[in-house]
Structure formats: structure tokens, C-alpha cells
Design a protein around this ligand. Structure first.
Ligand code: AMP
Length: 280
């Protein structure tokens, strides 16, 4: 990829007198996050991508936006080139089963019960614009701005990687923008040395498949992680205990990362099969 541009969009809505943590004390209005998207593209793709992002922001199932902010920026730094995480789906029928699967996957990568509970509490409250950063053992929350967290940005994929991924995901009928964008984000997050695992529950009321992503088990999709119609969602990144917030924030938000290689795409397996690596 030559002459790379970062495109970011954020859509929000202003609401009056809402009792939410998005509302600061003594203010009458609160800004609610509706949707966001980001990617790295070549110059000739800017117009097409901006149009697509705007259409998505205007039609988002989370609600009507009244403010859209777009940032288009030429990237000067050389991007780091990485491989995407392997993709699989765990068989899961209910949110209760999903919770137990999340715990088993996270605990198998060394995330403590306390840290998992911290993440569940944050995701249950919802309405964050980004992800929270939690230490994997003691469960300390490192992100100081509790509404914003950290927003992973400056990530993309080469056209070759996109083509390969489309072939792999199509076999399982999951070649969607949602899956691809989440996989790119998870792959950048997992490529940082400090991150041990990620948990994601979409805040889109129509999208009930979440995931746990780790270097060890890859990107594991978890269907029925929440009930349909629920607007509750969020992301948590579990990091090494000694992680310095500024460093991890800098990597996730600023370092350009491009996916150039695609790992395996597999089908649906039981949690025991996933934990035993039988799917690879
Ligand atoms: P989504 O998967 O887009 O429904 O997002 C689910 C949650 O993940 C959102 O509520 C945000 O808290 C968080 N999130 C969305 N985009 C990002 C991002 N680029 N970086 C970090 N967290 C994000």
C-alpha cells in the first residue's frame, strides 16, 4: 500500500437531561455515541469510503445522529505489517452459555476472575466510545477517561488480504463488513505486546454475536452473547500488569498497522474443541 490515508468517522447525538454517565455534572445536554468507523486506504479510495461511512452513520440501528465528525489524514509513518488472527465460531445458544464460554476462554489465557468481572461491569454499563484497558491479574482499570476509553485507529488491510479473507469467510457465510472490521481491529490489538486478550459485545441492538480474541485461540466468535434488541455493549482489552497506559494508548490509536497476511478461517466448534486447539 502506497500513499496511505487514515479515514475516521464518529457519529453522535445530543440528548437533553438524560441520566447517564455520558452526562457531565451541571450540564443540561449529553452527547451519546452512535457509531464509529476507521480504516487505512489509498488516496483513490477516499471518496468511496467516506460515502460508505456516512451512509452507515446515518442509518445506524442505534439511532439518529445529529453530528458526524470525519477526519481524513495522510499517514507519514511506515505501517507495521501483520497477519490477521485465525477465525472460528464457538457453538453458543444463550447469553448465559456465552458468559461461561467467555470466562473459560479468558481464564485459559491467564485473565483472572476479578479482571473478567471488572470487564462485565463496564460492558453492562455500556455507552463508551472506545475500549477500556484492564490489567489481567488485579483487574485495575487504566483508561482515565471512562466515557472514551481507547479508540483503536489507523488500521487497514491490503487488497490481497481482503480478497483472501473474503474467500475464507464466504465458506462459512460470514463475509460481512462487521466481521471483517472487527477482525482487523482485534488483529491490531492482539499484535501489541501488552495485550493478552480482548472481549467485545456489540452495542448494535441487531447484532448479537460477540467475540473473545487472543493470540492463543485467535478470533473466536460467540453467537447469542446478548439478547436481540439490547443496546448494551462494549470492549475490554486485558493487559499485562505493568503496562503503561500512555504506551498502549499510543500503539492502539496512533501506530499505523496493515494486515497483509490472512490466517485460517474455520467453522463452528464446541468450547472444548476450541480450548483443545482441535479447530486448527
Ligand atoms: P461495535 O462492535 O462497533 O458495536 O462496538 C462495540 C463497542 O466497542 C462500542 O460500544 C465501543 O465501546 C467499542 N468500540 C467501537 N469501536 C472501537 C474502536 N475503534 N476502538 C476501541 N473500542 C471501540
Amino acid at each position: 500500500m502506497k500513499n496511505i490515508w487514515s479515514i475516521r468517522i464518529r457519529a453522535s447525538k445530543t440528548v437533553r437531561g438524560l441520566k447517564s454517565k455520558a452526562q457531565r455534572p451541571n450540564t443540561e445536554f449529553a452527547e451519546i455515541h452512535i457509531s464509529g468507523a476507521e480504516g487505512l486506504y489509498e488516496k483513490q479510495d477516499i471518496e468511496r469510503i467516506v460515502k460508505r461511512y456516512i451512509e452507515r452513520a446515518l442509518e445506524h440501528p442505534k439511532g439518529k445522529t445529529d453530528k458526524i465528525v470525519i477526519t481524513i489524514e495522510n499517514i507519514k509513518k511506515r505501517p507495521k505489517v501483520i497477519e490477521s488472527l485465525p477465525v472460528s465460531t464457538v457453538s453458543c445458544k444463550t447469553p448465559a452459555e456465552g458468559k461461561s464460554i467467555i470466562k473459560r476462554l479468558l481464564q485459559s489465557t491467564g485473565v483472572s476472575k476479578r479482571s473478567i468481572e471488572t470487564a462485565f461491569d463496564i460492558i453492562r454499563k455500556g455507552n463508551m466510545r472506545g475500549a477500556s484497558i484492564i490489567t489481567a491479574e488485579k483487574g485495575h482499570r487504566l483508561d482515565p477517561d471512562k466515557d472514551r476509553g481507547v479508540r483503536v485507529s489507523r488500521l487497514g488491510a491490503t487488497k490481497t488480504a481482503l480478497k483472501r479473507l473474503a474467500i475464507g469467510l464466504s465458506r462459512y457465510e460470514i463475509n460481512t463488513t462487521t466481521v471483517k472490521e472487527a477482525l482487523f481491529l482485534a488483529s491490531k490489538v492482539a499484535s501489541s505486546t501488552e495485550v493478552i486478550a480482548e472481549l467485545c459485545v456489540s452495542d448494535d441492538p441487531d447484532y448479537t454475536t460477540g467475540y473473545v480474541a487472543t493470540k492463543k485461540f485467535g478470533y473466536v466468535r460467540i453467537p447469542n452473547i446478548k439478547r436481540g434488541g439490547s443496546r448494551i455493549g462494549g470492549r475490554a482489552f486485558f493487559v499485562e500488569e505493568e503496562t503503561r497506559f500512555k504506551e498502549i494508548q499510543d500503539y492502539l490509536e496512533k501506530k499505523p498497522v496493515i494486515i497483509d497476511k490472512v490466517a485460517s478461517c474455520a467453522g463452528t466448534f464446541s468450547i472444548d474443541e476450541i480450548l483443545g486447539h482441535y479447530y486448527k
